[in-house]
Design a protein around this ligand. Structure first.
Ligand code: IMP
Ligand code: MG
Length: 419
């Protein structure tokens, strides 16, 4: 394998989303042809030039997104006949998976262009973030149009609160989640944070739990469906007013999927042992100031002393080495697992958020994949733990808790205009 191959493919592809990169490439053409980086030298009316540029670029970008929307519709038609491996989109973007709804990309572009003024830019072409947010808007518009949306699941760290922090009462996401619950939409928090005790989830989520409790007492909410699925797909708790910390532990037998019953304890031990070995080697090889944390269904490394920060490179190297070594374990053939970079730590969990979201859908009465939205921050294909949720439902990829708030406001606005 040549060095160039390794750099371009082996090491970089997991850090790029191929669908987004492909769309970015398509939009680069009208940007190159129509942007006016030289407008400053023109003697005529600069504002006229720029206005014309923006309207031409807007039209061309919108046309391209309309064409991509059609390709996705064609892919969905192929999915229905079981031939999506042969769709044109699959040829163009081989990593593309399954779409549970169409994506209203042209309409979403109109919406995001109003806000981000993508077409008015002369030097900065449509970016990863422009396209990521356009895809999010398109997903939300499609869910509202094809409604009703029945379940929203949220990742925890970075999606609801900053990395490693807690959901405090002042967090602006709280009234938005209460608004979802009041509209009859069920809410799940599907987090890697894996604890067996309600008190630990209370520590992380007390702002939300106490606000939901107040809303129930004030009769603003009537029996809201709020659940927490921790350890990716391992521990289920349900909001209940009469329970300590307002969380009731639901035994695994009451919610797990039939396939999960086949995850043997012996395999779990073998898999976690191999992960622990890989992590221990990384600590030794890179001389990391780290400590192993072994749990019933997870193993990870955390920095010591606790404020210490691993570098991005150390985190990435550790997660990629560990993923590769665990994949070689015979238990990995029988058990799903998720190795991910938590930003300040690395964990390997048994199961993944795909299973987590499927379990929530089942526990909440059999909600469809096309009626569920998972909101998370980790959608790269390696070392990221929200990625697997794409197998279970539609998704929105946010980059900060503030973006989650914006997304929920967008959802509320579209729902209102639809009704
Ligand atoms: P998420 O972003 O909500 O999925 O949370 C991920 C973070 O949860 C990790 O980065 C860890 O800091 C923390 N965490 C606590 N316990 C566990 C565990 O058992 N497995 C994985 N992550 C854990
Ligand atoms: Mg996260």
């Amino acid at each position: 394998m040549t060095t160039r191959y390794r750099v371009e493919y082996a090491l970089k592809t997991h850090r790029r989303d191929q669908l987004i990169e492909w769309i970015k490439g398509l939009l680069a053409v009208p940007f190159v042809l129509h942007s006016q980086p030289t407008a400053v030298y023109d003697s005529g009316s600069r504002s006229d030039v720029l206005e014309k540029m923006a309207s031409t670029a807007h039209r061309r970008y919108a046309e391209i997104l309309h064409d991509v929307e059609e390709l996705i519709n064609d892919h969905i038609a192929h999915q229905k006949s079981g031939t999506h491996q042969r769709s044109k989109l699959k040829h163009l973007v081989p990593s593309v998976g399954v779409f549970f709804t169409p994506l209203l990309l042209a309409k979403a572009f109109e919406y995001q262009d109003q806000r981000r003024r993508i077409s008015s830019r002369r030097f900065v072409p449509p970016s990863f973030n422009d396209i990521r947010l356009t895809l999010n808007s398109a997903q939300i518009m499609s869910l509202v149009q094809g409604g009703p949306l029945e379940l929203v699941t949220f990742d925890g760290d970075v999606t609801l609160y900053d990395d490693g922090l807690s959901l405090v009462p002042e967090n602006p996401v709280i009234p938005r989640i209460i608004s979802l619950l009041s509209r009859g939409i069920k809410v799940g928090i599907v987090t890697a944070a894996g604890y067996t005790e309600a008190s630990r989830y209370y520590d992380r989520l007390y702002g939300l739990l106490s606000s939901v409790r107040d809303a129930v007492i004030n009769r603003e909410l009537v029996s809201p469906d709020l659940i927490i699925l921790g350890g990716e797909s391992n521990y289920l708790f349900k909001f209940k007013l009469s329970s300590e910390y307002w969380l009731e532990y639901i035994p695994r037998r009451d919610w797990m999927l039939p396939e999960m019953a086949e995850w043997a304890d012996e395999d779990i031990k073998i898999l976690l042992d191999s992960a622990e070995k890989a992590l221990t080697e990384c600590i030794s090889n890179m001389k990391l100031s780290a400590q192993i944390l072994r749990k019933e269904r997870a193993v990870g490394i955390i920095p010591v002393p606790s404020g210490h920060k691993f570098t991005r490179e150390q985190l990435e190297e550790t997660v990629l080495v560990t993923q590769q070594q665990v994949e070689m374990s015979p238990a990995a053939k029988r058990l799903p697992f998720c190795a991910f970079n938590g930003g300040s730590d690395i964990f390997v969990d048994i199961g993944d958020k795909g299973w987590g979201v499927l379990a929530c859908q089942r526990y909440l009465g059999g909600i469809g994949r096309n009626k569920t939205l998972h909101v998370g921050d980790q959608f790269l294909s390696a070392g990221a733990n929200d990625f697997k949720a794409r197998l279970a439902c539609t998704t929105a990829w946010i980059a900060s808790p503030a973006e989650t708030v914006q997304l929920l406001d967008e959802l509320a606005a579209h729902s209102l205009s639809q009704s």
